[in-house]
Design a protein around this ligand. Structure first.
Ligand code: GLA
Length: 391
């Protein structure tokens, strides 16, 4: 962090900050819409982070300055209600709310937040914000919680305060990400394994392509997918299949008659995606990036055809990836309905690849995509600056 943020903090609040916490956004290599289906995911933290610079106050007032928006939200700890005016503020307030709900003692806070994670692009800027705030507040108020509890509380804030029924993947990886590694997580048992990503050695790069399409209905469609997948699982359970992890395509076919076509399709995505994650883990262990890439393409197709969370812009860019010789794999990332995709690329072809994508988007009259070359970074961190206290 450069000194300008410290100066900004002093200028706004007339005191010095005590902690600086930060947390990353993420990509997901593979395992999409599997987290809330108690399946497997393979995300990785990216180098782009959200930061929270804060000092405690002697009263119960909270003042948050969002530097990227040049907006300030002020509230009292005793009366935390969703903000009508500022969407970003709800992710911050949600964390104060959930910590209180969980029985922790908090005091007032002065803070500024800012971030590098592009907003609403499928790279989980919301989890980065939540996790940076929960990490900072726990440190500020001596709340000693294990990483998994931090991630689960941040998810609860998003589910119950912000009102988005997300799974745990984004908050989990924002806490537990490891440099140059992906994390293989079993969302049922919470067992996880860190898998080194030897991209550099293999001459590869991950490029994020942001369609710059944002879907208004994303969150209601997301919730609907959850319900449809849950309905299919109920039918499977009736046939003695305990979970999606245990389901096979054969068992799914057997259960199909009582299921309905849409739940069947959703279930087929979850079952095959879980299997693709297992195979991707094996591929990574052998540095078999060709196999990994192929799994990415297949994941996209399944998300497009069975889970139906893609859109024409994401499909076009996926197709460009498929036809491009230096691209080993490409697929949409995150919830879908717009947002971004990731491409696994031979490093030296990145520039040509961008040009190809830009040309294709222009030809179709789609918005001009944006690109982010991402490095795989560390999970959340916090540091103490000094002991000055705000008034
Ligand atoms: C969003 C949610 C995650 C996950 C993905 C889809 O990013 O926040 O929990 O469900 O969508 O894989």
């Amino acid at each position: 962090m450069d000194d300008s943020r410290l100066e900004l903090f002093s200028r706004i609040f007339h005191t010095r900050p005590q902690i600086l916490s930060s947390a990353p956004g993420r990509i997901n290599i593979i395992g999409e819409h599997t987290d809330y289906n108690n399946g497997y995911v393979l995300p990785a933290a990216i180098h782009l982070r959200t930061c929270f610079l804060a000092a405690p106050r002697r009263d119960t007032r909270v003042r948050i300055w969002a530097d990227d928006f040049q907006q300030q939200e002020i509230f009292e700890l005793e009366a935390i209600s969703p903000s009508e005016a500022y969407r970003w503020a709800n992710y911050v307030k949600g964390i104060f709310w959930v910590l209180k709900q969980d029985g922790h003692r908090l005091g007032g806070v002065d803070a500024i937040v800012w971030g590098e994670v592009p907003l609403e692009s499928g790279l989980s800027s919301s989890a980065a914000l939540e996790v940076s705030v929960i990490k900072g507040l726990s440190s500020l108020f001596g709340i000693d919680l294990p990483g998994l509890s931090l991630a689960k509380l941040a998810q609860k804030a998003e589910n119950d305060f912000v009102g988005v029924q997300c799974g745990l993947m984004d908050q989990f990886i924002s806490v537990f990400g490891k440099k140059d590694s992906a994390v293989f997580l079993d969302c049922e048992t919470m067992d996880f394994a860190i898998l080194p990503l030897h991209l550099e050695k293999a001459g590869l790069k991950i490029l994020v392509y942001d369609t710059r399409v944002r879907r208004e209905l994303a969150s209601s469609e997301y919730n609907r997918r959850r319900q449809e997948a849950a309905r299919a699982l109920e039918v499977l359970r009736g046939k003695g299949v305990r979970s999606y992890k245990e389901a096979t395509l054969e068992r799914l076919e057997e259960a199909r008659p009582g299921m309905g076509d849409i739940p069947f399709q959703r279930a087929r995505h979850v079952v095959t995606e879980n299997e693709r994650v297992r195979q991707a883990v094996e591929a990574l262990r052998r540095d078999d990036f060709c196999l990994l890439g192929d799994l990415l393409f297949k994941s996209h197709q399944s998300l497009r055809d069975d889970y139906e969370v893609s859109c024409p812009e994401l499909d076009l860019l996926h197709d460009v990836g498929r036809a491009f010789p230096g691209c080993l794999g490409a697929r949409l990332v995150g919830a879908g309905f717009g947002g971004s995709g990731i491409a696994l690329l031979e490093k030296q072809t990145t520039e040509d690849f961008r040009k190809r994508m830009l040309a294709a988007a222009a030809e179709h009259g789609f918005p001009r995509p944006e690109f982010h070359e991402v490095d795989i970074g560390e999970g959340a961190s916090v540091s103490h600056l000094d002991r000055a206290e705000s008034t």
